[in-house]
Design a protein around this ligand. Sequence first.
Ligand code: SIN
Length: 316
Amino acid sequence: MAKVDLTTKIGTLIFKNPVTVASGTFGSKDEYARYLNYERLGAIVTKTVTPKPRKGNQMPRIFETPSGMLNSIGLQNKGIDDFIENKIPYFKKIKTHLIVNIAGESIEDFVALAKKLDREKSVSALELNISCPNVKKGLEFCAKPELTYEVVKAVKDTTKLPFFTKLSPEAHDFLGVAEAAIKAGSDALSLINTIRGMAVDVEKCRPQLANVFGGLSGPAIRPIALRYLHEVKCEFDIPVMAMGGIMTAQDALEFLIAGAHLIAVGTANFVNPKATMEILGGIEGYMKRKGYASVNEVRGSLRIKEASEDRSVPAG
Ligand code: SIN
């Protein structure tokens, strides 16, 4: 069979394939370049960039859990000016989309970041991180629809760059928050950020993380991420970048079939730095085996009604 078409479109952006990386799991520049050719990715999503440099939280701030990982990094980065001066020139040479994840403590912070990045020609899109569970200020933006609306609208009024808004599964009114982001002009959503968890060292009788709580990622949260994706796709017509424990092509396909436009590989990068490439190959193999010519045919091919009919108890 001829080559399959993996091209994925979100608004005016055309991605060569739907495979990207989850913010914060792929270094901040060339750390993975010796393992894979960045240009084979549909996009690169950067570690969060903030207005000023941040040292991050105290160590220890990573802890492995069954089928997952807790992190409490705390948005460590060198700040937007360093990013523009020292990271963007590197990405400029790489022929794939660059999506810059940004976070701030106030609406003004988000606006200032969007304004600076708006001038950068090699930036394709932004991802608003309003859902990091490891910082004292910032998480409230995705806790209430009104606050989500305000910050997203302010960014929309500032930049012409398309953007994703990254939401937390911890929002009490998750669909309300998603709706607010969409109404305020978010071009797409990123689902989901990590879920706060905790682990205890029983010998020392103290938390494994200095910050006590950390965001849980990895396969342990995959069914939750899929559920949120499905709920959003049932309610809204909005492209989604999906993340949450995608380790293999089979995992990625679950999200594509449930309607994701892009799939972002996160924790898997720490275990297998070539995971994205293996996933990409696996998606291609699946499409050939099933006779799909385009990934658009895979996206949203979930058959809910038939599944419930197959399993219904025969009458009589
Ligand atoms: C972190 O740097 O704390 C992780 C980023 C995030 O979860 O948004």
